[in-house]
Structure formats: structure tokens, C-alpha cells
Design a protein around this ligand. Structure first.
Ligand SMILES: [Zn+2]
Length: 150
């Protein structure tokens, strides 16, 4: 996903708004809250609209992805699933997805913090869709990788 055109979506990205983290914070949160989510066996389904053409798309964040994001400790380089990046400014992981409707490569941008991902994982555990042993295993892997990452 490197080298893609950013243009109108640029307000999301920390490298372009380095000195206004507070604004980015509230915007990221508002966008996250504006989407509807539902808990599924395979993960958390997020229904969102393309920022450019408003087409709706359902994205499933799979449980292992959410567990991995939730397992990161602050103050160390984050260990994220494939395709995810991390914004230091709002302490949030994000992934950009292309829109089939208008062709914009970052039509959909989804943010979640480790804390939010942890709450989602908790819901998955409560619903019986997440195996506690899997959570523990991924937590250990991320902790080990973060220790080795510095
Ligand atoms: Zn679109």
C-alpha cells in the first residue's frame, strides 16, 4: 500500500498532521463511531461507507487480527496484522481498503485503538466466538515480538 495517492484522505494520516494530534484524535473517533458493527463467528463485521462515493461495504475484522491489535503494549513498536499501520498521534491502528465503486484506493479507512480492539475481543469472548486460549497465545506472541522489536 506504499506510494499510493493520498490527496483528499490526507487528514487521516499522521505524517501530514504531525502537529495537530488532538484534532486527528476526535476525527478518528467520530469516524469509528459512525460505522455500525456486529459480532460474528469469524470476527467483527463493520459496515462503512466510502468517503468518496458513499458506497457501502462490509468489512470483517477477523478475531485473530483484533486480538493481535489488542495485545500491543504502549511504548514499544506495535506488532500489527498484515496491511495494518499505526498512527502514533492517536495511538490507533488503521487499515485502508480500496473501493470497488469509485476505485479510490483508500475509500475505506478503519481505525481502532488497542483498547477498543480489546473491548471487541471481550465481546467475542462473551459471545463464545473467541477461544480464550487463542487470546493467550496471540498475547504471548505479540509480547515476545515487541520485546524483540527494540
Ligand atoms: Zn468509493
Amino acid at each position: 500500500m506504499n506510494g499510493v495517492s493520498r490527496q483528499e484522505g490526507a487528514d487521516y494520516f499522521d505524517d501530514l498532521v504531525e502537529d495537530q494530534g488532538g484534532i486527528l484524535d476526535s476525527k478518528g473517533l467520530r469516524d469509528y463511531e459512525g460505522v455500525s458493527t456486529s459480532i460474528k463467528k469469524e470476527g467483527m463485521e463493520v459496515r462503512m461507507n466510502c468517503r468518496h462515493c458513499n458506497r457501502t461495504r462490509n468489512v470483517v475484522l477477523e478475531w485473530p487480527e483484533l486480538i493481535q491489535i489488542a495485545s500491543n503494549s504502549q511504548g514499544r513498536a506495535p506488532i500489527l496484522p498484515q496491511g495494518w499501520r499505526f498512527s502514533k498521534n492517536n495511538n490507533s491502528a488503521y487499515i485502508s481498503l480500496p473501493c470497488a465503486g469509485c476505485g479510490n484506493v483508500e475509500g475505506f479507512s478503519l481505525h481502532t485503538t488497542p483498547e477498543e480492539a480489546g473491548k471487541d475481543v471481550q465481546k467475542g469472548l462473551t459471545a463464545g466466538f473467541v477461544n480464550p486460549q487463542q487470546v493467550q497465545q496471540i498475547q504471548q506472541q505479540v509480547a515476545a515480538a515487541q520485546r524483540g522489536g527494540r
